[in-house]
Design a protein around this ligand. Structure first.
Ligand code: FMN
Length: 309
């Protein structure tokens, strides 16, 4: 199954606690080429855990959308993928997460330690679904083997591979080594999605040029800043891009709130944290964030967000 040709180049990264359904819709409105859910546990989905179904909630407005699954049990990963595929455009297996809780289960980047197991999982999941399968990897677990795992992914039915070129031990520290994305690109013929340290449209263009990757994936730079997708698209298209006016951050936050309400997904903590994130880079951001952190109701947070000039 082939990876679809996307309309633009920059994809929203899966980010637990950040990329919920309303946020993903905002990113798509600003031109993200595709989006991914936060990682959902395949084991929990198979056990019909209500919490995991929340992560897998989707809506037509966010298409193309990938469901990201984590787990280490090939049967459960395949069953979860098969069960959920109807609402999604692709399924992604998380072979990149380096969080202790995930690694302890033998999942995430831990799977890169065992290429045979990784191969079996990819084959089983790819064979169980009628939509493309993608795999998200790091440089490696304790040795760099991204190119080997990417090749294995392709040979076992993956339609695309995303590379975040840091090892498990690196976590998010140090610099992402983009030369590994290039190595992967040279080693496979499926589309390669490059990821890691894209902070602005210049970085996006540079990654595309330096690595030859087909798409780029943006994570942290999109937090509180879905507008970055429009900027990247403009820059790749015309060589210039629009700066977002600060009050428009407030408007984006209000749109986020409307979406949250429309999906009945109101969580005060999430709203407060998102408000703080949407103030990133604006003048007076520190003071505003602190004030937002002191609020205990949405109305007052909205009032503060309306003061952005
Ligand atoms: C808060 C947070 C949550 C994340 N959650 C996931 C996740 O659920 N699945 C995943 O594959 N990667 C996850 N990541 C990793 C990102 O998808 C991405 O690979 C990483 O942040 C590097 O890209 P960036 O430099 O653009 O942020 C997460 C990253 C952050 C910062």
């Amino acid at each position: 199954m082939q990876f679809p040709r996307l309309d633009s180049k920059a994809i929203l990264a899966p980010m637990a606690g950040i990329t919920n359904l309303p946020f993903r819709i905002l990113c798509r409105r600003y031109g993200a080429a595709a989006v991914f859910t936060e990682m959902a546990s395949a084991d929990a989905l198979v056990m019909k855990s209500a919490k995991s179904f929340k992560f897998a909630r989707t809506d037509l407005r966010e298409k193309p959308i990938g469901l990201q699954l984590f787990g280490s049990n090939a049967v459960n990963l395949a069953e979860a993928a098969q069960m959920m595929q109807h609402d999604f455009d692709f399924v992604d297996i998380n072979m990149g997460c380096s969080v202790a809780k995930v690694i302890k289960q033998g999942a995430g980047v831990y799977l890169m330690k065992d290429p045979d197991k990784a191969a079996k999982i990819i084959l089983k999941v790819a064979d169980s679904i009628d939509i493309p399968l993608t795999v998200k990897i790091r440089s490696g677990f304790d040795r760099i083997n991204a190119a080997e795992i990417a090749r294995i992914a392709e040979d076992n039915g993956a339609a695309a591979v995303t590379v975040h070129p840091r090892t498990a031990a690196q976590g998010f520290s140090g610099k992402a080594d983009w030369s590994i994305i290039r190595q992967v690109k040279e080693n496979v013929s499926i589309p390669v999605i490059g990821n890691g340290d894209i902070r602005d449209p210049y970085d996006a263009e540079r990654m595309l040029k330096e690595t030859g990757c087909d798409y780029v994936m943006v994570g942290r730079a999109a937090i509180g800043n879905p507008f970055i997708f429009m900027q990247i698209n403009e820059y790749l298209d015309k060589g210039t891009f629009t700066e977002q006016k600060h009050p428009d951050r407030g408007s984006d936050f209000r749109r986020y709130l409307e979406l949250v309400k429309s999906f009945d997904m109101i969580s005060f903590n999430d709203i407060r944290v998102k408000a703080q994130q949407f103030t990133k880079y604006i003048d007076d951001s520190c003071r505003l964030r602190k004030l937002i952190g002191q609020q205990d109701n949405v109305r007052d947070i909205k009032k503060l967000m309306n003061t952005i000039v």
